[in-house]
Design a protein around this ligand. Structure first.
Ligand SMILES: NC(=O)c1ccc[n+]([C@@H]2O[C@H](COP(=O)([O-])OP(=O)(O)OC[C@H]3O[C@@H](n4cnc5c(N)ncnc54)[C@H](O)[C@@H]3O)[C@@H](O)[C@H]2O)c1
Length: 394
């Protein structure tokens, strides 16, 4: 293990959109140094080597055996997470794997088992349960000052379905649609706030656009073991934008220009077929477009309102609105180094201090179980019981 004042050597598998979104936070954080990358495209490997230095590999297993790599950030498509996590675990490297943990529960379980057998730490993220205002709300619930958490309302109206996609991202059987990529964020947030132990799920899903033949919307009701319940609602159909109710701060913490209404559908007109659309998505990856500026605000996942015995809390990109019995007040969220500092803190503490993260592999498996439960509940009209839920680690 390297000395604790030495930056953690981070290797990256996959230089696409997810890496682009996390890169500004990694670059802002002196506890980490990007030392290696694996990507199939020569163009992105060359861009990484030129701009960031370190070694580049065509193969993830090779990256995992790079002696300068202490931990691997796996930012490859969902269907590859299993193989890439197992490659990292086999090489004894800690893992930050982007959400969702996997597509199939069996794959997720195999990843958890591989991490445990290898004695490495696995964190599922970055994900929105790491957001500053979520952590702030979690701390307030834990303090007990406002009584028990009773109810959560989480909703989000976005243009998710009309951003450029690879073909598998529009096929539910291959992990496409809003359940595996978006519900997983809301589930992650509400499980953290409500104590993790979801008991059952009722849900409906919407597939309303034949040209994007996967789930673009859902409503789900999750009941927790202690009696709390959460209502989750999402539309990715690019009409209303709920960032209007988040001070026009977008999901990634940047100010949003409301006059760009319809931009996602407009961009898609440049991509009349699946191949052109995949190429358009690729053009937003590393080496093909500029790295985004660091975001000035916290990230968020749409409006969230929590009801406790003695107050409601509303999460905003800047902090919490508290609506008590006789007063309402705004409590700013602590400033952080970067919007994804929470996930990087967890990775740092896991690698340097051996601290088990809340958002562990087993936690990600519990989130994934609820994704499947939403699909199953919607298909059968029955409420679905859950068997893989865990409470957050202390
Ligand atoms: N946390 C977030 O905010 C966030 C945002 C977007 C995507 N994601 C997640 O990140 C993952 C990737 O999604 P994306 O939108 O970045 O997709 P993407 O297609 O933009 O990026 C995936 C990258 O992986 C590369 N790749 C493919 N096969 C590879 C291999 N064998 N070895 C190494 N690299 C390989 C591709 O070339 C591509 O650059 C998904 O699981 C998604 O859910 C997370």
């Amino acid at each position: 293990m390297p000395s604790s004042d030495h930056p953690i050597g981070l290797g990256v598998a996959g230089l696409g959109r997810a890496f682009m979104l996390t890169l500004p936070s990694i670059l802002a954080d002196r506890r980490f140094r990007l030392v290696a990358a694996a990507a199939p495209r020569e163009e992105s490997r060359a861009a990484f080597a030129a701009a960031l230095g370190g070694s580049v590999h065509a193969d993830v297993a090779e990256l995992c055996h790079d002696p300068n790599v202490d931990a691997v950030y796996i930012a490859t498509p969902h269907q590859m997470h299993r193989d890439h996590v197992i490659a990292a675990a086999s090489a004894g490297k800690h893992v930050l794997v982007d959400k969702p943990l996997a597509i199939a529960m069996e794959d997720g379980a195999a990843m958890v088992a591989a991490a445990e057998a290898a004695g490495i730490q696995m964190i599922v993220g970055p994900s929105h349960s790491f957001d500053g205002p979520v952590a702030q709300a979690h701390a307030m619930i834990q303090s007990g000052k406002l009584g028990r958490l009773r109810m959560i309302q989480a909703f989000n109206y976005t243009d998710f379905l009309y951003r450029p996609r690879r073909s598998e991202e529009l096929d539910t059987a291959q992990g496409g649609g809003v359940i595996f990529s978006q519900a997983v964020h809301q589930i992650d947030i509400v499980r953290l706030l409500a104590g993790g132990l979801a008991r059952n799920v009722a849900a409906q899903t919407g597939r309303w656009d034949q040209s994007r033949p996967t789930e673009g919307a859902y409503a789900a009701l999750i009941a927790f073991a202690d009696g709390a319940f959460a209502s989750l609602l999402y539309s990715g159909y690019a009409h209303f934008d709920s960032d209007a109710w988040m001070d026009w701060v977008g999901e990634l913490g940047h100010a949003k220009d409301p006059s760009r209404y319809g931009a996602a559908r407009q961009m898609l007109t440049q991509a009349p077929d699946a191949q052109t659309e995949a190429a358009l998505k690729q053009s937003r990856g590393y080496g093909a477009s500029p790295v985004p500026d660091p975001a000035p605000h916290h990230e968020h996942f749409g409006p969230i309102i929590l009801s406790l015995d003695r107050a409601d809390l509303r999460l905003t990109p800047g902090g919490l609105w508290l609506y008590g019995d006789t007063e309402q007040r705004f409590i700013p969220a602590p400033r952080i180094l970067s919007p994804r500092a929470g996930a990087l803190d967890a990775l740092h503490d896991a690698v340097r201090l051996g601290r088990r993260p809340v958002q562990s592999g087993a936690w990600g498996l519990a989130n994934l179980e609820i994704c499947h439960a939403i699909l199953h509940a919607a298909a059968t009209g029955q409420s679905v019981g859950l068997a893989h839920q865990i409470a957050p680690a202390d």
